[in-house]
Design a binder for this molecule. Structure first.
Ligand SMILES: [Zn+2]
Ligand SMILES: [Zn+2]
Length: 571
């Protein structure tokens, strides 16, 4: 699939036109086309072959020809011509948060800054504050954004890392004689950020597995290759992720998987327990003197230490070992417990698919209900809907509910929480929705007291049912807002407002630790994907993983409840 490659080029064309100050309409059409390509589930090469490029919504003749040109020649001449007009590095500056095309133009043409490193130095030496629209605050922000970017270069978000791991596992299963096979590490614990991928396998022919691993598609460099351990760098988008493969004896499978899954603190705690019993625990098994007494399965390993098997998501040494010893582990929520979700966008605002497609997908996932929550009017970057536009859609929802027997579409909104804590729609509009999600999308830098008061005021609004992405962080891009989360949890608990785990890969907000604190404070948790395309609804898996990291059971999760109970909660 080259869909993403073409989308990237279209976005770059839009960026370049924007910096050059070209016609806004053309810029928008390239950006829209890029979004469509990103969301397209079909392979664009197939569409070109079948002469059906024009069937992609938002792609007219001119853009269609550029897609064909790329598929046949591997480049877009227009893209190359534009690019030749920019010194190398200029476009990279757009990756710094807070630097848009207009600012890039200023930096380049007025100060001669053409790359991120020079930009960083200029911000440190306050050269930027000479420019119109750049103050000391902007300089600080730019420095922090560059820092975040550097951090981000060594981390991978859970969802894409998970997809890579799945592809590696599928490749090994298909092309080598593997017995047991799994990904361990923080990926298995469903941490929202991973640094590399650890794969474990057993095999009768370790050499063949190592061979299949080091020659799989996408391997850029083999760092180590052997019968017990191989390490490769795998190409992914524009960078590389390290993937380790360990091949172990079947009798050590459980011990190796346990060891490899971590966390470090959890494992140290287990080793100490083993020592107290006169045992040795390592990646090969549990030993009494020299004799191995467990190791073939994880269950064995835990049982030998007097523990129930502990779900990987809980293995952070936060009290789970004590619970396992008492046989008191909670029964964690699972994917199959989820009956629906609430935070879903459509092409009425900044999503790419029409409402019917989003609802179809939710139904295919086996849900009983789905809430559609497009943006409110103040979200201008997200093409927010006026109250009239929003309410006018209600009939569409009613019609869908008449047609789809046994499935319910809930009519909602993701309504901006304005700077002072009032909602973007007045109460008489809010009360018309089946549910209201409140969300902060602006003024991320308010001082902590003001931000907390702002969010708590929204939670107290009787029509607000769910607080979305409470810290507003974007991993690798934007720090969390300054807010007293304990006050937020207390307000949610006392008003019966659910608080969200937003499973959009770069949000994962709340994270596991925070969601656990919210639950302990008495909050109901909603697990949502914040989908902007139908293919994104399956990110629910990572939201559920986060809920499991928060030790939540199905009873704790709003969208694991049946519709009737959900309706009661929303009213
Ligand atoms: Zn939002
Ligand atoms: Zn949203």
């Amino acid at each position: 699939m080259r869909n993403q490659e073409i989308a990237d080029r279209f976005n770059e064309i839009a960026d370049m036109l924007d910096i050059l100050g070209e016609d806004a309409f053309r810029i928008i059409s390239y950006r829209r086309a890029a979004r469509q390509l990103e969301a397209l589930t079909e392979d664009v090469e197939d569409l070109v072959r079948k002469g059906r490029v024009a069937s992609i919504p938002g792609i007219g003749q001119a853009l269609g020809e550029k897609i064909e040109e790329y598929v046949t020649t591997g480049k877009i001449r227009y893209h190359e011509e534009l690019k030749a007009r920019f010194p190398p590095g200029v476009l990279d500056m757009l990756r710094v948060r807070g630097i848009g095309p207009k600012k890039v133009k200023q930096l380049w043409q007025e100060l001669g800054i053409t790359d991120i490193e020079t930009l960083r130095k200029a911000a440190q030496t306050h050269r930027l504050s000479k420019l119109k629209g750049f103050g000391e605050k902007t300089e600080e922000k730019i420095l922090r954004s560059i820092e975040l970017m550097k951090e981000g270069e060594s981390l991978f978000l859970l969802a894409p890392a998970h997809a890579i791991a799945e592809a590696v596992l599928a490749h090994l299963r298909k092309s080598a004689p593997v017995g047991q096979l799994a990904a361990g590490g923080s990926l298995r614990r469903m941490k929202e950020i991973v640094h590399d991928i650890d794969i474990l396998a057993t095999s009768k022919d370790p050499g063949a597995v190592a061979q299949a691993f080091t020659t799989m598609p996408g391997v850029r460099e083999v760092l180590a290759s052997g019968e017990s351990k191989s390490v490769v760098l795998l190409a992914t988008d524009d960078r590389f992720i390290q993937v380790d493969l360990r091949i172990v004896e079947p009798g050590s499978w459980g011990a190796a998987l346990q060891y490899d899954t971590g966390s470090k603190d959890h494992n140290i705690h287990l080793r100490t327990m083993a020592q107290k019993r006169g045992l040795t625990l390592n990646e090969y098994g549990i030993f009494r003197d020299e004799k191995k007494i467990a190791g073939e399965t994880e269950e064995d390993v835990y049982r030998t230490l007097g523990l129930r098997w502990i779900p990987p998501e809980m293995r952070e040494d936060q009290g789970e070992i004590e619970l396992a010893a008492e046989g008191e582990l909670p029964r964690l929520v699972e994917d199959k417990n989820i009956h629906g979700e609430f935070h879903v966008h459509t092409n009425a605002t900044d999503g790419v698919d029409p409402v019917e497609a989003m609802v179809d997908r939710a139904q295919e996932l086996g849900y009983a209900y789905v809430g559609i929550s497009d943006h409110s009017v103040s979200s201008t970057v997200a093409f927010g809907l006026s109250a009239e536009q929003a309410l006018a859609r209600r009939d569409v929802f009613r019609a869908m509910n008449r047609e789809r027997k046994g499935f319910t579409v809930l009519f909602g909104t993701e309504c901006d929480i304005l700077d002072g804590g009032e909602m973007d729609y007045p109460d008489e509009v809010l009360k018309e929705f089946d549910f209201v999600i409140g969300a902060v999308h602006s003024r991320f830098t308010l001082p902590i007291q003001d931000m907390t008061a702002r969010i708590v005021a929204a939670i107290r609004n009787p029509y607000v049912n769910i607080l979305a992405h409470p810290t507003t962080r974007k991993i690798g891009q934007r720090d969390p807002i300054q807010v007293d989360l304990d006050d937020v949890y207390a307000a949610c608990a006392s008003t019966g407002t659910a608080i969200e785990i937003d499973a959009y890969p770069d949000r994962m907000d709340l994270n596991g630790t925070q969601a656990r604190a919210a639950h302990n404070a008495g909050c109901v948790i909603a697990v949502d994907t914040d989908s902007h395309a139908k293919g994104q609804l399956t990110w629910m898996h990572f939201g559920v993983g986060t809920a499991r990291r928060a030790w939540l059971t199905a009873a704790d999760v709003l969208n694991a409840w049946p519709l009737e109970k959900v309706r009661d909660f929303l009213h």
